[in-house]
Write a protein that binds this ligand. Structure first.
Ligand SMILES: [Zn+2]
Length: 128
């Protein structure tokens, strides 16, 4: 790769990245790349802002949906929070070891948490 970039420094017209619509125009090619970079940066910024809004809404939903804390089947600590997100969506998340499960009822969510023992799950790895 280093050899190619040195080669292109000596022979810029040989570099396909310096051509725009069949015309050798390194300046325009660079401007287009800059424009694309700016577009990408703007898109990424918008995406993280959207994610932040979604995250905030999700955390608010969760805090309102908090149901109870009980013993975690994996680490044994009383850190397993259950949230009733809706009538048919219960979510269990251990605040210590990170194990989690979900189900249509509290007991199904607990069962899916039990089933996940040893899987190395951590809800904080994938909050949404
Ligand atoms: Zn735990």
């Amino acid at each position: 790769m280093g050899e190619w970039s040195e080669y292109f420094e000596d022979f810029p017209e040989e570099n396909p990245a310096n051509w725009v619509n069949g015309e050798f125009n390194p300046r325009l090619a660079q401007e287009i790349r800059n424009q694309e970079d700016r577009l990408r940066a703007t898109t990424n910024k918008a995406r993280s802002e959207i994610n932040a809004v979604i995250m905030k809404a999700w955390l608010e939903t969760k805090s309102k949906a908090f149901l109870l804390t009980e013993d975690c089947p994996q680490c044994g600590l009383t850190k397993l929070n259950t949230y009733k997100i809706s009538d048919t969506f219960y979510l269990c998340e251990c605040q210590d070891c990170g194990i989690h499960g979900r189900g249509e009822t509290h007991s199904l969510a607990l069962k899916s948490t039990f089933d996940a023992i040893g899987d190395g799950l951590d809800w904080r790895d994938n909050v949404i």
